[in-house]
Design a protein around this ligand. Structure first.
Ligand code: FAD
Ligand code: NAP
Length: 531
């Protein structure tokens, strides 16, 4: 069904999900699985996949298939160390949506223009003039649609400028002099392409490029080491861990590894690698080491309509043709009432529920992990919301929700500093996932597995902390399937990080940890409350 006409005679729906990106798909699937069948998903474009059905030509994910997969839909044998291209991940989600009956619930080509709240739900006005009534609303429209630009972009009157959102490929930048601003994953991907094609390229960093790690180490997905063995340690080990990673990269002959070490050396945040966002590919160091891209400081002066730019080190960059902003995004939902359309994710309970609106309104997919993957977080949020919508769980009162949101916010602000202030949805993946698991009641059975199923335990602790380990017990459990999948997912090699984690585990066991605990962050309030 494609037409919105068929909605006009319908009475109130249980739930409407806005957006058929990965967040909207998993939210619709979980609602259906919890018996909330009176749900539809509205998507303004003509296909599912969200930003991955658009975005630049060469986009390849930075989280491996094993990490990015949804808990109960296998990626296909042989893909465990693979990183999907944008077309491949859309194929995976299409198959997922077909398997779980989500495709039939999606209405393509339908844009929500206004969502108005009334006493027992929402009225949605669609761009074709029709209306829909629903008791609950899920906003799954993504946090990467509304661009963030430095104020000085308005002075660029004599050069071409664009944001990474509108970048397609480097073909028309051949032979140009290009300055790229920002150092996250968009910048890494795009800088490498441009540095190969352009006459000259510079990347302007006002602080760091995040924490730079490769997609693969020795042919294996590097994110296997984003696991419980390492991330279960107190965050105060962050500086030591950071130094180990820098030393490891520095010890290589490769110019790319040395450039990565140099970039990471500039990260002076409190907990090092654990205080920032990951840039999980070696594209930027490769552009620097192999293609002559130069790192410069923040742009502090614009002259001649942007043809000349001065960076914070005092150097002028001359004859600039193009400025490409890879300066990230702001989360917005312009169809919501004015007081909600720019909601700060940090004011939401688990980055998803507004204390004043309870379970009548949920944002799915707003939490961005420093490392790990955003898709498992979306799934956990979707599972929790579906349990609320089906009545299987209930929310704490609004004061408790507000208090827990404030405590989470303060924890993430202490851990991530500047990065958490700029990236309002940045979270610590492991702490966030375990907090969600405590709310749902699906914490992985680590203690019993250690004694009864040690091979499963090994994979849960030394394999990536992906979504399947939260399907072993509790609401929505699928233990047989989960065990089968977990046993297929590889574990990390015993590399420099795993050696460090083991050494620190022993250190933690054999000495008083009081001093370290004092230097660390408080536990997740959701986990504490659920105990
Ligand atoms: C370039 C890029 C690469 C990324 N790669 C990774 C990765 O490798 N690993 C990872 O974990 N995370 C990655 N992320 C982060 C995150 O997972 C993605 O942004 C992801 O797309 C978010 O999914 P979403 O469903 O929340 O939003 P989106 O993918 O943005 O989907 C939102 C959907 O809502 C629709 N929509 C919007 N407004 C309306 C409306 N008013 N009415 C109807 N429909 C509407 C849109 O058309 C869209 O289809 C990446 C982000 C970017 C920008
Ligand atoms: N291949 C992939 O998988 C892929 C590709 C692209 C994006 N992504 C994802 O998409 C999301 C967005 O990534 P992104 O790289 O677009 O954005 P981002 O990670 O938010 O990085 C933005 C960069 O721009 C800088 N910046 C922001 N405002 C600035 C300003 N006013 N002046 C100068 N510099 C400024 C930041 O610097 P500071 O750090 O100093 O603030 C940071 O280096 C992330 O979740 C990312 O993981 C994934």
């Amino acid at each position: 069904m494609n037409s919105t006409q068929s909605f006009s005679n319908r009475s109130e729906l249980s739930c409407v999900v806005i957006g058929a990106g990965p967040g909207g798909i998993v939210a619709t699937k979980e609602l259906l699985e919890q018996g909330v069948t009176d749900v539809i998903c509205l998507e303004k474009s003509d296909r599912l996949g969200g930003i991955f059905s658009g975005a630049y030509d060469s986009l390849t994910l930075t989280s491996s298939c094993a990490y990015s997969m949804y808990s109960d839909h296998w990626i296909g044998d042989g893909n465990e160390h693979h990183f999907w291209t944008k077309a491949e991940v859309v194929d995976y989600w299409t198959a997922y949506a077909r398997t779980f009956g989500v495709v039939e619930r999606i209405r393509f080509g339908v844009e929500v223009e206004v969502a108005e709240q009334h006493s027992h739900g929402w009225t949605l006005r669609l761009t074709d003039g029709s209306e829909l009534q629903t008791r609950r609303l899920v906003v799954a429209t993504g946090g990467n649609r509304f661009v963030n630009l430095p104020d000085w972009h308005t002075q660029l009157t004599k050069v071409r400028w664009l944001h990474s959102k509108d970048y397609v490929n480097a073909t028309d930048l051949e032979g140009k002099r290009v300055l790229i601003v920002g150092g996250g994953e968009s910048s890494a991907d795009i800088t490498l392409e441009i540095s190969r094609a352009a006459a000259r390229s510079w990347v302007s960093l006002r602080r760091t490029a995040g924490w730079v790690v490769p997609r693969h180490r020795s042919g294996r997905a590097a994110d296997l080491s984003t696991n419980r063995a390492l991330w279960g340690l107190p965050r105060s080990y962050g500086p030591e861990l950071s130094q180990r990673i820098i030393n490891f990269d520095d010890s290589h002959d490769s110019g790319v590894n040395k450039a990565a070490a140099e970039l990471n050396r500039s990260c002076s945040d409190l907990f090092g690698v654990w205080s920032t966002f990951g840039t999980k590919n070696h594209s930027l160091p490769e552009a620097i080491a192999n293609h002559g891209c130069r790192v410069v400081g923040d742009i502090i002066e614009v002259a001649d309509g942007g043809r000349r730019l001065r960076e914070s080190g005092g150097e002028w960059i001359d004859d600039v043709d193009v400025v490409l902003f890879c300066t990230g995004y702001k989360a917005r939902a312009p169809f919501l009432p004015p007081e909600l359309c720019a909601t700060d994710p940090r004011s939401l309970y688990k980055h998803m529920l507004h204390p004043e609106h309870g379970s009548s309104l949920a944002w799915i997919g707003l939490a961005r992990p420093g490392f790990g993957s955003q898709f498992p977080i979306m799934e956990m949020q979707a599972r929790y919301f579906a349990l609320l919508a089906s009545g299987a769980k209930s929310l704490p009162d609004k004061d408790t929700m507000a208090e827990m949101a404030a405590r989470d916010a303060s924890r993430f602000l202490s851990q991530f500093g500047h990065n958490a202030r700029r990236i309002r949805n940045l979270v610590d993946y492991h702490r966030f996932m375990d907090g969600m698991a405590a709310l749902i009641g699906c914490e992985p059975p680590l203690v019993s597995s250690f004694f009864l199923r040690p091979r499963l335990w090994l994979r849960m602790v030394y394999g990536p902390t992906q979504a399947t380990q939260f399907r072993l017990r509790g609401p929505g459990k699928k233990p047989r399937l989960a065990r089968e999948i977990i046993m297929k997912i590889p574990i990390s090699r015993f590399n420099h990080m795993m050696r460090a984690s083991l050494q620190w585990r022993f250190r933690e066991m054999f000495r008083s940890t009081n001093a370290r605990k004092a230097a660390d962050l408080p536990a997740d309030p959701a986990m504490a409350a659920a105990r």
